[in-house]
Write a protein that binds this ligand. Structure first.
Ligand code: GLN
Length: 224
C-alpha cells in the first residue's frame, strides 16, 4: 500500500481525506493526516491543501515540518491545491507583508489572489487534457485562487505539462475580458514530474477525477 499524507495544519484537509477514501482503488492506499515530521516520514506522497498559504507555511515552521517538507519535495510526489499550489511554486507575487515561504518544487511564478478583488470566488467548466468527458465537464471551484503568471521551462528540469485550462469564452463576465487565451493565467492544473498543482479545489466537489489522476499518474507511477 502507498501511504498518502495530507498536510493537516490549516485549511481543507478533511475534504481531501474524504475524496481519497471515495476512490475505487482506496484499498491500495493508506491515508494519513500530517502534522509532524514523524508523520511526514511515513508518507510516500503528500497533498498540500487549500487554505491560507502564509498561515500554512508559518504553522509548518512552528511544528518543525517545513525543512523536512523541503527535503520531501525533492524526491516524492506532491500535489498542491490553491494555497498548496502557492507553496509548491518557485516564486510568488502579491505575497503578504513579511513574505511567503515556498517549497519551489515547480518552475513557475504564481500570484496570490491573482484574479483580483472584483471577484473572490467563481466556478467554471475546465478543459481537461485526457479526462475529457463532454457529458460531464469538470467544474473548477476557485476561491481567492492564485493565478499562474509565468512558466520557467528549463532544460535541466522535468517539462511542465498543462493538465487543465479555463476556456476563455466560458469565464465569468467579470473575468472574461480582455481575452486571456494566450496567457498562463488560464492554466489551472500543471504537472512537472512527480509534482502536480491545481489552483482550484477538486476536493470541494463530488468529482474524483483529479484525485484519481494524482494517485494513478504521480503516486503509483513513482513506484514503478
Ligand atoms: N488566497 C489564499 C492564499 O493566498 C488561497 C486560497 C485558497 O486556498 N482557497 O493562501
Amino acid at each position: 500500500r502507498s501511504v498518502i499524507g495530507i498536510l493537516a495544519l490549516q485549511g481543507a484537509f478533511v475534504e481531501h481525506q474524504t475524496a481519497l477514501e471515495r476512490l475505487p482503488f482506496r484499498r491500495k492506499l493508506e491515508v494519513i493526516l500530517v502534522k509532524t515530521p514523524e508523520d511526514l516520514e511515513r508518507c510516500d506522497a503528500l497533498i498540500i491543501p487549500g487554505g491560507e498559504s502564509t498561515t500554512i507555511a508559518l504553522l509548518a515552521r512552528l511544528s518543525g515540518v517545513l525543512e523536512p517538507l523541503r527535503e520531501f519535495v525533492k524526491t516524492k510526489p506532491v500535489w498542491g491545491t490553491c494555497a498548496g499550489a502557492i507553496l509548491l511554486s518557485q516564486a510568488v507575487e502579491n505575497a503578504k507583508k513579511g513574505g511567503q515561504e515556498l517549497l519551489g518544487a515547480m518552475s513557475i511564478t504564481i500570484a496570490r489572489n491573482g484574479w483580483g478583488s472584483q471577484i473572490e470566488s467563481f466556478e467554471a467548466p475546465l478543459d481537461v487534457e485526457g479526462l475529457q468527458n463532454p457529458e460531464k465537464p469538470f467544474t473548477g471551484v476557485f476561491i481567492r485562487a492564485p493565478v499562474v503568471i509565468k512558466l520557467h521551462p528549463n532544460p535541466n528540469d522535468r517539462p511542465i505539462e498543462v493538465i487543465a485550462r479555463l476556456s476563455p469564452g466560458l469565464l465569468p463576465p467579470a473575468l472574461a475580458s480582455p481575452d486571456h487565451s494566450d496567457e498562463p493565467k488560464i492554466f489551472v492544473a500543471l504537472r512537472q514530474g512527480l509534482h502536480f498543482l491545481t489552483t482550484f479545489h477538486p476536493e470541494l466537489t463530488e468529482d474524483n477525477r483529479f484525485h484519481e489522476y494524482f494517485v494513478r499518474e504521480c503516486v503509483f507511477a513513482a513506484r514503478r
